[in-house]
Design a protein around this ligand. Structure first.
Ligand code: GLA
Length: 389
């Protein structure tokens, strides 16, 4: 079902395109994502359990007869023009998410020509719902369609991820782009980030809702600490592998091995690697609970995930911890934890449907009183992945 909000969004983008370029464009919609459990596990070749949401970026595109690229951001009312004949360089603004993908296509020697592109969307920016992956995936999908390149979905996911790694400069894992492209309505995706095999698991929301509570803070530590966590895990794994050559993935490590090898060497490496090992185990348990429709137990594992992210992985912040602590004693909240990279953004909460409004009001008031900042709340539905409109 296309909601009124999405309908208006599509119309706005289409109209703007026609106004600017006097033509009827091809339209692509690509969603943001949530992640139920399995955080900071993707770049550790572990498991994640994301889903696409009903908030999307819409791209309107049309091929040009020359080598020029004309871009327009509807939400920022900003434009950019460049040419395929000169080297593309990051401008450190919104255009990087588009040009990063273009650059990947060029590197892969995929035949491109110039194009006109307008985009806009309702994925909140900077709230941890992967608005950047939504745009990258929309662009990859749109270029593939317009220039009839016959890429398969996983190839487009990888190109979009590499755009983020190499052009935008964020060394992220594959989860966000994967979820945005492969999302399925009312299903969560259990992805093995090592083999890239995945299973889509039904996630019915009759009795409860997924509520995102946005701290409205973004601590500047975020991106630098993200890369620090990555290398701490890599170094920890290397030490384990030197002692036990059969260990090539943190999800296969035992607590005994961690205690024996990492604890005497570095409490930081120990805590990081222990978190990753435990989070992978929690995710596997959570999937079993989901198959049995045991949402209480599923929610408990979410609380466990938050504790690990906060204490062992140290990517939470006081505002996120406060939001999770507030809902913990509430019997109508099955589970809650910080979501995404951390250091700000949202918590994800599983909440009994009829308790949602009361929860948002109570927690919102407490948050404002405690921090002086206004909390934002989003009730999200699980939607389909990137598609042609
Ligand atoms: C960000 C990254 C993802 C993933 C999460 C943490 O969203 O883009 O690849 O690492 O953080 O789970």
């Amino acid at each position: 079902m296309v909601t009124q909000e999405k309908e208006t969004l599509i119309q706005n983008i289409q109209q703007k395109f026609t106004e600017l370029f006097h033509a009827d464009p091809l339209l692509v919609s690509s969603p943001g994502r949530i992640n139920l459990i399995g955080e900071h596990t993707d770049y550790n070749n572990g498991y994640v359990l994301p889903a696409a949401i009903d908030k999307v970026t819409v791209v309107a595109i049309q091929e040009r007869m020359d080598e020029e690229i004309h871009l327009y951001s509807f939400d920022l009312n900003a434009n950019a023009v460049m040419s395929l004949t000169t080297e593309l360089k990051p401008a450190e603004d919104w255009s990087d998410y588009v040009l990063g993908v273009v650059q990947q296509f060029i590197q892969q020697k995929l035949p491109l020509k110039g194009f006109n592109l307008v985009f806009g969307g309702n994925v909140p920016l900077g709230a941890g719902m992967s608005s950047s992956a939504a745009l990258e995936c929309a662009v990859a999908f749109a270029l593939n369609e317009v220039f009839q390149l016959s890429l398969d979905t996983m190839q487009m996911v990888k190109l979009a991820q590499k755009a983020e790694n190499e052009f935008v400069g964020v060394n992220c894992g594959i989860m966000d782009q994967f979820a945005s492209m492969f999302g399925k309505k009312n299903r969560v995706l259990k992805l093995d980030c090592s083999s890239l095999e995945y299973e889509s698991v039904p996630f019915e929301m009759d009795e409860f809702r997924i509520v995102l509570l946005d701290t409205n803070v973004k601590h500047s530590l975020g991106s630098s600490e993200y890369n620090v966590r990555r290398s701490q895990c890599e170094e920890g794994l290397q030490l384990l592998n030197q002692a036990f050559p059969s260990i090539t993935n943190l999800r296969d490590v035992s607590l005994d091995q961690l205690d024996q090898i990492l604890l005497p060497k570095s409490s930081v490496f120990y805590n990081r690697c222990r978190y990753v090992m435990e989070e992978n185990n929690r995710l596997l348990k959570a999937c079993n609970e989901l198959h049995q429709n045991n949402m209480r137990a599923f929610g408990e594992l979410m609380f466990g995930s938050h504790a690990g992210l906060s204490q062992r992985y140290e990517v939470s912040c006081p505002e996120l911890d406060f939001l999770v602590e507030q809902v913990k004693p509430m019997s109508d909240v099955y589970g809650a934890r910080m979501m995404g990279g951390g250091f700000g953004g949202c918590t994800i909460n599983l909440v009994k449907t009829d308790a949602v409004a009361g929860l948002i009001e109570t927690v919102g008031n407490a948050y404002h009183q405690h921090t002086g900042t206004t909390m934002q709340a989003y009730i999200v539905q699980i939607g389909d992945g990137t598609s042609l409109l």
